[in-house]
Design a protein around this ligand. Structure first.
Ligand code: DLL
Length: 434
């Protein structure tokens, strides 16, 4: 097993009582901060008759209003900042699928906290000052590149700020600079693995040991594949622009859930009626930023589906673990009345031999009937197989999907390398009904 590196033992292994005390204190502070400085929150709290004095303990969070993505859009661009614009030293934004981007503003203190939390997170993957970290997340408004960059620098590692794109050059840099850790989306890591195989790269020249992968849902099967193909330990890092960026949570050597850095974030899981659910129950993840200065958010609805696990972790960290995010509530497709998550389709496909983990889901409507086509690439080793073999493979995939996902899908087998590749987050679903 990999070495258990803890960046900040004092903060990462403190007792649950200490965590509770910090959370209660910081929740009091942040509630007062937003009530005094953000008109949006003052109005929201006044509307439900809650005053900052009503918030004393962490449990009082349930009295506070939720924040939605649409609230950020309505207050675009800087309406939710809690400090004068001159104190904001950086902005990031996430593109979103429709309309205006979601904007986040950081004070110098926020950037400092972020670097620390990314240092904690990357240490979970065994990264130390001796590591060479190749960052292939996009740099720019997207938080992935700069987030990973400052975290690795804080650790004292050698950072290669490659950013996204130009896969051939990335491979050359990974080999020639002796990268020991790779930070990018899991789908891009898969593209790099494909390209290494296609180029016939000598894997003994590649020194990679760890991957810091996130920004999109990925499965345990995908983790297995990435570990085998890149000869690494693949770790899951979670985060979102609204909270900060990557580094809200990260899985440790145990890889049995992601530790949420609870001295800075207060996570909750809610059900469809917006009520809190017990530990272990799945629902929507809601997060409150406890220490952010630039743009603190109360009870932000992430729409990511997860659950929380409070049981002690063998790594020694005491911070609660969230289950890896397999899907978002708004990713759910309703096909002929059946709820389908793209991650279920991925999970099903990865069980089948002979296909590559590259797929796209095309949803359409013919007359009044929804149709779903799953396009999936053939494994390179199958090129030259007969039409009959391919028909049998197609039928096997359709049967597996019907049994796992409970709907009939058309299956289209595609040539290796023919489906569009992304350099950042993969676009798995094309829904032509919209
Ligand atoms: O994706 C921040 C990030 C960058 C995280 C690099 C990890 C690594 P946004 O672009 O705002 O921020 O997208 C946030 O991406 O609500 C999830 O739906 C999804 N997401 C992020 N990390 C994971 C993960 C960045 N590890 C949205 N697993 C979130 C599953 C993830 N989904």
């Amino acid at each position: 097993m990999a070495k258990n590196v803890i960046w900040d033992p004092k903060k990462e292994t403190m007792s649950r009582d200490e965590i509770h005390e910090i959370q209660s204190r910081e929740l009091r502070n942040v509630t007062k901060r937003v009530y005094d400085n953000v008109p949006f929150y003052r109005q929201k709290m006044d509307a439900i008759g809650v005053k900052p004095e009503d918030i004393q303990e962490a449990e009082d969070i349930q009295k506070l209003p939720f924040t939605e993505k649409s609230d950020l859009r309505d207050n675009y661009p800087f309406g939710l900042f809690a400090v004068p614009r001159e104190q904001i030293v950086r902005v990031h934004a996430s593109s979103g699928t429709t309309g205006k981007p979601t904007v986040a503003g950081y004070t110098q203190q926020d950037l400092d906290t972020w670097a620390d939390l990314m240092a904690r997170s990357m240490s979970c993957a065994g990264i130390t000052k001796d590591s060479v970290v190749h960052v292939a997340y996009g740099y720019g408004l997207f938080t992935g590149g700069l987030g990973a960059h400052y975290g690795a620098e804080r650790i004292g590692a050698t950072v290669v700020p490659a950013s996204g794109g130009n896969t051939q050059r990335q491979l050359m840099l990974i080999r020639d600079f002796g990268a020991t850790a790779l930070a990018c989306t899991p789908s891009y890591a898969m593209n790099l693995a494909d390209a290494m195989e296609k180029n016939g790269m000598d894997m003994s020249e590649i020194k990679l040991e760890a991957g810091v992968f996130g920004a999109e849902p990925w499965s345990e099967h995908m983790r297995d594949q990435l570990e085998k193909r890149l000869h690494i330990r693949a770790h899951d890092v979670y985060g979102l622009t609204e909270m900060m960026g990557p580094g809200v949570a990260m899985d440790c050597v145990e890889r049995n859930g992601l530790h949420v850095w609870e001295d800075h974030f207060l996570p909750e899981i809610i059900d469809e009626d917006l009520k809190g659910v017990p530990y272990g129950t799945e629902g929507e993840l809601v997060i409150t930023t406890l220490t952010k200065q630039g743009m603190p958010l109360l009870r932000y609805r992430t729409h990511d589906i997860s659950s929380l696990d409070i049981r002690p972790c063998a790594c020694g960290r005491t911070h609660v673990r969230m289950k890896r995010v397999k899907a978002r509530t708004d990713d759910m497709l309703i096909i002929r009345g059946v709820n389908v998550f793209p991650s279920q389709i991925e999970h099903s496909l990865l069980k089948i031999q002979g296909i590559a983990p590259q797929y796209q889901i095309v949803v359409d409507r013919k007359g009044s009937l929804d149709t779903i086509e799953v396009q999936v690439e053939l494994d390179r080793t199958l090129i030259g197989d007969t039409v009959r073999d391919l028909e049998a493979l197609s039928a096997r995939i359709a049967a597996q999907l019907a049994s796992d996902v409970l709907i009939s899908c058309q299956v289209k087998l595609c040539q290796p390398g023919s489906l569009p590749r992304s350099e950042g987050k993969a676009k798995r679903v094309i829904d032509n009904r919209k």
